[in-house]
Design a protein around this ligand. Structure first.
Ligand code: AHG
Ligand code: MN
Ligand code: MN
Length: 324
């Protein structure tokens, strides 16, 4: 008999099982709606741009905005979330009327990999859940808690199957949507990232901008320096690229560049993925420090992300450190 997401959460979430069941069931429900909308987007005028740009100066797609609202509504309906941080909202959204009963802060990227939307490529939704703090100024404090403060993190991958990958701080499990209106059923229990893999994943077009050591590291992999052979895969969606790395091992890099910290956003892209990787036996670093140890200074802070199997991530760090 398959275990549903709700049954799983109630069994493993400990003292907060009731509350986390509500929040995660709503996130899963939002994922079900987003999956359905993605499937019919071309038929209902949901592809393309809104004409606006977001706080990061990036063009906003219709599905970015639509999905953001679906997740905001889902989290608001729980009554348990009072602060939300999203790629598509310049400032944290604070539901002041929820403060008395709300326990949680949720950071999310409603549609990750938006450049894939118009070409029917893989996209995802990423989320991280933290406890709120109690002080009068709690919103500003809550929204920049480090990745290590997450009590749950995960993503929903909209691929050939819709798959929700989740950690409640211990194991990493995956749940596959059985039918468009159905349940997420546990399909992978206790996922472990292999100690090393045979795939590297990076946007090679940026190679001339990367900080020293990254190109040398990838050359080392290509030339058989580890004694293993490698292949390259890059989907252009962190969710898709990380999911493969989680299942098969290897390494994903969106490194720092000589003139910037990196592209990915800490609070709703890098931190949840890093938290999942660590729970599955993998590692996640900027090249200098663990991603989950970073204390953010702003909601939309960008960060370098090198994540994957411990052998490859440790080797990448050594190459970067040697050329610092
Ligand atoms: P988003 O669509 O939420 O803005 O995120 C895109 C991110 C991430 O999904 C992916 O790993 C990376 O940007 C791809 O960037 P490049 O196109 O620069 O390779
Ligand atoms: Mn993203
Ligand atoms: Mn996004």
């Amino acid at each position: 008999m398959s275990v549903t997401l709700a049954e799983h959460v109630r069994a493993v979430a400990g003292a907060e099982a009731t509350e986390l069941d509500v929040v995660l069931t709503r996130i899963a429900g939002a994922g079900r709606l987003i999956a359905r909308e993605l499937a019919r987007a071309a038929l209902v005028g949901q592809l393309g741009m809104t004409g606006d740009t977001n706080v990061q100066g990036e063009p906003v797609k219709k599905l970015d905005l639509w999905s953001n609202q679906v997740i905001v509504d889902a989290l608001a309906a729980t009554g348990l979330v009072c602060t939300m941080v999203s790629e598509e909202m310049a400032e944290p959204l604070h539901l002041a009327d929820r403060c008395a009963t709300a326990r949680y802060v949720v950071c999310f990227d409603p549609v990750d990999g938006s450049s894939n939307l118009d070409v029917n490529g893989v996209v995802g939704t990423i989320f991280g859940i933290r406890r709120r703090t109690a002080g009068a100024e709690h919103v500003a404090v809550d929204a920049i808690q480090p990745g290590g403060a997450q009590i749950a993190a995960g993503y929903i991958m909209y691929g050939p199957a819709t798959v929700l990958v989740l950690t409640l701080g211990k194991d990493v499990d995956a749940f596959t949507l059985g039918a468009p209106d159905g349940e997420f059923l546990r399909s992978h229990a206790g996922l472990r990232m292999p100690p090393h893999g045979h795939t590297y994943s990076a946007n090679d077009a940026n190679a001339t901008h990367w900080v020293p050591g990254v190109r040398e590291f990838l050359d080392h992999l290509r030339s058989g320096g580890t004694g293993r052979t490698y292949t390259a895969r890059y989907a252009g969606s962190l969710v898709g690229d990380f999911h493969r790395t989680l299942i098969e091992g290897g390494i994903f890099l969106y490194p720092a560049e000589t003139t910037s910290a990196g592209k990915l956003r800490l609070q709703y892209e890098a931190a949840p993925v890093a938290f999942l990787a660590e729970r599955a036996g993998g590692r996640a670093t900027t090249g200098r420090e663990a991603v989950t140890a970073i204390r953010p200074t702003s909601y939309h802070q960008r960060v370098a992300l090198i994540v994957g199997s411990p052998d490859e991530v440790t080797l990448a760090e050594a190459f970067i450190a040697a050329r610092r």
